[in-house]
Design a protein around this ligand. Structure first.
Ligand SMILES: Cc1cc2nc3c(=O)[nH]c(=O)nc-3n(C[C@H](O)[C@H](O)[C@H](O)COP(=O)(O)OP(=O)(O)OC[C@H]3O[C@@H](n4cnc5c(N)ncnc54)[C@H](O)[C@@H]3O)c2cc1C
Length: 399
C-alpha cells in the first residue's frame, strides 16, 4: 500500500488517556495530528475505570511523594512531567470543561458523573483542536527514522513524528497489545521486564482453603511486602486475596516472596483479648475476636492458631499465637490473576532511553513514548491516569 501524502506532523498511536491528551496538545500547537486506535471506541479504559466513575487523579501527587508512588527503575524519571503538568493543571482543564469531581479517601478524585463523560470531553477537545481521530485501525509497526512510516491494517501513514501511547498488556480483552514494546525493540529502545501489577494475588493449599471459605468478606486489613505496607483494606476471593491493600502490594511482590497479612489493622488483638480474659474468661476466643474482625474471619484465625476451649483456658503463648494469626499472617502467594484482571503493567520502555522533558527516545529523534507503555507505574488511586495526562502533555508540547 502506498504512503499517504502529505505526511502528518504527528501521528499518535493509541487513543487512550495518554494518546488523547498528547493529541490535543499537539493539535492545539498547530500540528497536523492524527490519532489512531485499533479499538472501535476511544478511551475504553477510561470508561471502565474506577467502577465507571474514573479516578482521574490524586491530590497527593507531589514532588516528595512521586519517587515512592510511581514505580520505575529510575524513580525520579516521572518528576519532570508530573511537575510540569500537575494534578491541579489537569483539574483546571477538567473543570473548565464543565466536569466536576468528588474526593474519596487518600486524595483520590473521581469524576462526579460518569467516566464516559471524561472520554467525551477528551474526544471533543481533540476535534476542537483540529486533530483527526481514526478508530478501528490496528497498528502493526513503525519504520524509518523521521519521516516515519506507520504500518496499519488500514494502510501506511507517513509522519514526521510519532507518539507511541499504546498502553500496557493488561486486559487483553479490551484491545491491549504489545505493539508499543515491539516498536521500541525495532528501534533499539531498551525495555525493562514487564509483569502484571495492581492485580489480585492467588494462593494454593491451606491458605487458599481458608481464603476461599471467606470469599466475599472484606476486612480493614493491611498487607506488607518487603518494606512496602498498605493499609487500605482487603477482600477474600475464591482464588485468594484482592482489595486495595492487596492490589497495591502486588506491584512490589515477586515470585516466592511471602506477604504479611494484618486482618485487623489498627486493632490490638493480643492486648484486647488479654483484657477480655481477665474480664469474662468464659467466652470463646472467636466470640471475643469477633468484636474486632468479622465473625467468620475470627473463627478462621482461631482455628489456624490452634486455640481450643474458652479464653480463660488460653495461656499467654496461645494469645500471642492468635495475635500473630490476625496481625501477621505470613503467606506465600502462588501467583497473581495475571493480565486478565491486572489494572496496569509494571515495567516497559526503559526510562533511561527517554528524555523526561519530552518523552522522546534519546537515540531516535521524533519517536516518543507516553503513558503506561513506559516503565512508570503509579500506585492505585488516580496516579496512573495522572501519569498518562502528564506524560502525554509534555510530549504534545514538544512535537
Ligand atoms: C479496570 C481498570 C480500572 C482502572 N482504574 C483506574 C483509575 O480509576 N485511576 C487510574 O489512575 N488508573 C486506573 N487504571 C489504569 C489506567 O486505566 C491506565 O494506567 C491508563 O489507561 C493508561 O493510559 P494509556 O493511554 O497509556 O493506555 P490505554 O488507556 O491502555 O490506551 C492504549 C490504547 O492503545 C490502543 N492500542 C493498543 N494496541 C494497539 C494497536 N496495535 N493498534 C492500535 N491501537 C492499539 C488501545 O486500544 C487503547 O485504546 C485502571 C485500569 C483498569 C484495567
Amino acid at each position: 500500500m502506498g504512503t499517504a501524502h502529505p505526511p502528518w506532523d504527528v501521528v499518535v498511536l493509541g487513543a487512550g488517556a495518554a494518546g488523547l491528551y498528547a493529541g490535543i496538545e499537539a493539535a492545539r500547537r498547530g500540528r497536523r495530528c492524527l490519532v489512531i486506535d485499533g479499538a472501535r471506541k476511544p478511551g475504553e479504559k477510561i470508561r471502565i475505570s474506577g467502577g465507571g466513575r474514573c479516578n482521574v487523579t490524586n491530590l497527593n501527587v507531589a514532588r516528595a511523594t512521586i519517587p515512592e508512588r510511581f514505580l520505575s527503575r529510575n524513580p525520579r524519571f516521572a518528576l519532570s512531567a508530573l511537575s510540569r503538568h500537575t494534578a491541579r493543571d489537569f483539574l483546571a482543564r477538567f473543570e473548565a470543561a464543565g466536569l466536576s469531581w468528588t474526593e474519596k479517601a487518600l486524595g483520590q478524585l473521581f469524576c462526579a458523573t460518569f467516566a464516559r463523560d471524561v472520554v467525551a470531553w477528551l474526544v471533543r477537545d481533540l476535534a476542537a483542536a483540529g486533530a483527526t481521530l481514526r478508530l478501528g485501525t490496528v497498528v502493526h509497526g513503525v519504520e524509518g527514522a523521521g519521516p516515519f512510516t506507520v504500518r496499519t491494517d488500514g494502510g501506511d501513514m507517513a509522519a514526521a513524528r510519532v507518539i507511541v501511547a499504546t498502553g500496557g498488556l493488561s486486559i487483553p480483552k479490551m484491545g491491549a497489545t504489545d505493539i508499543g514494546y515491539r516498536i521500541a525493540r525495532a528501534h533499539g529502545v531498551p525495555l525493562t521486564d514487564t509483569r502484571p501489577a495492581l492485580v489480585p494475588l492467588t494462593f494454593a493449599g491451606a491458605p487458599l482453603e481458608e481464603m476461599a471459605a471467606l470469599a466475599g468478606t472484606a476486612v480493614e486489613g493491611a498487607v506488607a511486602c518487603g518494606r512496602a505496607r498498605f493499609r487500605d483494606g482487603l477482600l477474600f476471593t475464591h482464588r485468594g486475596l484482592s482489595g486495595p491493600s492487596v492490589l497495591q502490594a502486588s506491584s512490589y511482590w515477586r515470585e516466592g516472596e511471602a506477604v504479611a497479612i494484618d486482618l485487623a489493622a489498627g486493632a490490638e488483638v493480643g492486648a484486647s483479648l488479654a483484657a477480655e480474659r481477665r474480664r469474662a474468661g468464659r467466652v470463646a476466643p472467636a466470640t471475643a475476636l469477633a468484636r474486632l474482625v468479622p465473625e467468620r474471619v475470627a473463627r478462621a484465625a482461631v482455628a489456624r492458631a490452634g486455640l481450643r476451649g474458652t479464653l480463660a483456658d488460653q495461656g499467654n503463648a496461645a494469645l500471642a499465637r492468635l495475635n500473630a494469626a490476625v496481625h501477621d499472617w505470613q503467606v506465600v502467594p502462588q501467583g497473581t490473576e495475571g493480565y486478565r484482571t491486572a489494572e496496569v503493567t509494571l515495567g516497559g520502555v526503559d526510562t533511561d532511553a527517554l528524555d523526561p522533558r519530552t518523552m522522546e527516545a534519546r537515540a531516535v529523534p521524533g519517536l516518543h513514548f507516553v503513558g503506561e507503555v513506559v516503565d512508570v507505574t503509579g500506585w492505585l488511586g488516580g496516579y496512573n491516569f495522572q501519569w498518562a495526562w502528564s506524560s502525554g502533555w509534555v510530549a504534545g508540547q514538544s512535537v
